[in-house]
Design a protein around this ligand. Structure first.
Ligand code: HEC
Ligand code: HEC
Length: 251
């Protein structure tokens, strides 16, 4: 058993360099997995869906994810701005077919035809990501240690070896962690442990999460959540988002 875990660990670490080199360079595509007509891949269609939803009933994304895709910690909606288009499409596909289990995103993703998933993904991938963050202040020694150095005795690399300095994300494949809601980060790590979220590229996160205890998860989630990201201008106020959520979920 230990040998198997060790092997997976080594594979994951070797694969990291490979994925970083081959997958995350210049892959901010405009949703090439879409099989729809070329015009549906344009950011304009995506922007319209983001702000107004679509006819089959997908709620406007900005209601929960913020007008600039900056996310909303109060309701556990992660940032979408600057994520890789292919990553966003993969998540929408996974929500729609329940490989990634989430009651809020399930009906929204299912209401998006495949071509519209590509269009809205292209839109959010083009919005500017947040500015560089400052080091985390929560999560104690354990959180910082896992984030920065990992636990090599268990073949666990530091999170920032894949997710970049201060968890700012690397290319289109390694999403940012900085400033994500702690509860959201915890939920994702637990989801990988019970296969309620697809294992992702090369099963890297399933392998990482499998080596984290409950205490580890709490500490490292607090660490990344406490990384300050430069506030985005023009965001809507919490009250507006909350009332918007009511509209979005009970049309
Ligand atoms: C009613 C609120 C709400 C609306 C409207 C909404 N979302 Fe979400 N979205 C969420 C929540 C909450 C999550 C976190 C799900 C989880 O915990 O797995 C999420 C997660 C996501 C993720 C995963 C991001 C990641 O980093 O893995 C994507 C992609 C996404 N939403 C895209 C969209 C798009 C595109 C739209 C518009 C078509 C949209 N969402 C509309 C609430 C919403
Ligand atoms: C070997 C590389 C690697 C390491 C080390 C790593 N990650 Fe990841 N992580 C990934 C990849 C790849 C993804 C994208 C998964 C997908 O596409 O579904 C990811 C995604 C995530 C996400 C989902 C973000 C979102 O927006 O939904 C979270 C949360 C996360 N990682 C947390 C961590 C934490 C915490 C650590 C350290 C304990 C860590 N990761 C270490 C490669 C790594």
């Amino acid at each position: 058993m230990l040998a198997v875990i060790g092997l997976v660990g080594l594979m994951a670490i070797e694969a990291r360099a490979q994925t970083a080199a081959t997958l995350s360079t210049g892959t901010r595509s405009t949703g090439t997995r879409s099989t729809g007509t070329p015009s549906t891949g344009t950011p304009d269609v995506g922007a319209t869906i983001a702000q107004k939803g679509n006819a089959p009933g997908a709620a406007p994304c900005t209601t929960c994810h913020g007008v600039r895709g900056e996310g909303n910690a109060a309701i556990g909606a992660p940032r979408l701005a600057g994520l890789g288009a292919s990553y966003i499409v993969e998540q929408l596909d996974a929500f729609a077919d329940k490989q990634r289990e989430n009651a809020i995103m399930l009906p929204i993703a299912q209401a998006l035809p495949v071509a519209e998933r590509a269009a809205v993904a292209a839109h959010f991938s083009r919005l500017p990501p947040p500015e560089a963050g400052v080091p985390g202040t929560a999560g104690g020694n354990l959180g910082a240690k896992l984030a920065l150095r990992g636990r090599w005795s268990e073949k666990l690399p530091g999170c920032e070896q894949c997710h970049g300095p201060e968890g700012m994300g690397v290319g289109a494949v390694f999403p940012p962690l900085a400033g994500l809601p702690a509860h959201y980060i915890e939920a994702q790590l637990r989801a990988w442990k019970i296969a309620a979220r697809p294992p992702g590229p090369l099963g890297l996160m399933a392998a990482v999460a499998g080596r984290l205890s409950n205490d580890d998860i709490t500490a490292v989630a607090a660490y990344f959540a406490s990384i300050g990201v430069a506030p985005q201008t023009g965001g809507i106020k919490a009250g507006a988002i909350k009332s918007g959520v009511v509209r979005g979920t009970t049309p």
